[in-house]
Design a binder for this molecule. Structure first.
Ligand SMILES: [Zn+2]
Length: 355
């Protein structure tokens, strides 16, 4: 047996020394293997050469099978690596991404590693990850709902995030607005959130807008984005965002929370779904829908809704699964219950009736 292995090594070494390609060398080893098997079958029992060949036919077959399995596994790994690499080819690195010391190739390697759990998801894959990278979303409000939504969007690799809020971080915010830290108290919420996003994923381009959203600003920002996420607190702002999103034909993911309950839907009249005003045409009477400051809110509740918002964003941008167009998801945190309600466009809606 040792003789055969030495012969194989000699063939491999000599062929390598003469610069013969690796595949040809493997073929030569394969021929030697077949010759050994053939001799063991043909030679009579007791032949002197059988001693040199060593082992039985069965043992050689086991060795060959093991070699084949290792070769197959290596081929599979190589293909998976190639697939992962080709999946991120064409991903344009924005100016803010990475450090100048990292070349484009190194950046792609880093992206493959960072988003590997997305790349192996059938519904996301390389194409979905590129869509996330090329997407631009507007997030209204860096509060309880905006905090987890922003963190997950950044972690998921959404390429551009514009963030609007004119609030400062207050001590009473920290019970639920997890993107801000105690040392950020007094700082503008958009600056504090932008810092956290950059620390999590420097590949995301954040544009913080430290202003109160009004009609002019909404009309300026919304037409530039692929999706609007509204987690703001208060009916007036939510109605304003809805009007501007309908006007621009941009889908609006809207979530709200109060005390122990939350709701979320994707408003998109341009694609058959209702707008916010179809469901809530007029501002609720004072006291019926208290803000968090007025009625209180369980800290993790906006976390649940904000995280759902990030997940729905991922689905909307990649085309995965079934989104919340025409469906309103209600979550009752106090009893741990969810309910899904079909919602429809309202004929004569003052906001989307003209579409
Ligand atoms: Zn409407």
């Amino acid at each position: 047996m040792l003789v055969v292995l030495l012969l194989a090594a000699a063939i491999w070494g000599l062929a390598a020394a003469f610069g013969i390609r690796r595949e040809i060398r493997w073929q030569a080893i394969g021929l030697l293997y077949v010759a050994v098997l053939a001799l063991l079958v043909v030679l009579p029992e007791g032949a002197a050469l059988r001693g040199w060949l060593g082992w039985s036919v069965g043992a050689w077959l086991v060795l060959g099978g093991a070699g084949l399995a290792v070769w197959g596994y290596a081929q599979l790994l190589g293909r998976l690596r190639m697939r992962a690499r080709s999946a991120v080819q064409g991903v344009e690195a924005p100016a803010q991404m990475g450090t100048p010391a990292l070349g484009a190739a190194a950046l792609r390697e880093a992206e493959v590693e960072r988003y590997s759990r997305h790349l192996i998801l059938r519904e996301v894959g390389g194409q979905g990850q590129r869509r996330l990278r090329n997407a631009h979303v507007l997030v209204v409000g860096a509060g309880g709902i905006g905090s987890p939504a922003l963190l997950y969007l950044a972690a998921a690799g959404v390429g551009r995030i514009t963030l609007v809020d004119d609030d400062r971080v207050d001590l009473s915010n920290l019970q639920r607005q997890v993107i801000h830290r105690t040392e950020d108290i007094g700082m503008s919420k958009v600056a504090s959130a932008a810092r956290a996003i950059h620390a999590l994923n420097a590949g995301v381009a954040v544009t913080p807008v430290d202003r109160r959203l009004d009609d002019t600003l909404a009309a300026e920002l919304i037409p530039r984005v692929d999706l609007v996420l509204d987690g703001s607190d208060g009916f007036a702002t939510r109605a304003l965002v809805n009007r501007a999103a309908v006007e621009a034909g941009v889908p609006l993911l809207s979530a709200s929370v109060g005390q122990w309950e939350g709701q979320i839907s994707l408003f998109d009249p341009a694609r058959g779904a209702p707008c916010l005003a179809c469901l809530f045409p007029v501002e609720p009477a004072a006291g019926l829908a208290p803000t968090c400051a007025e009625g209180g809110v369980a800290g993790p509740l906006p976390g649940v809704l904000g995280t759902m918002m990030a997940l729905e964003t991922l689905k909307e941008l990649t085309g995965a699964g079934m989104g919340l167009r025409g469906r309103l998801l209600l979550y009752d945190g106090l009893y741990g219950e969810t309910r899904m309600i079909a919602v429809h466009r309202r004929p004569g809606c003052p906001v989307c009736g003209g579409i």
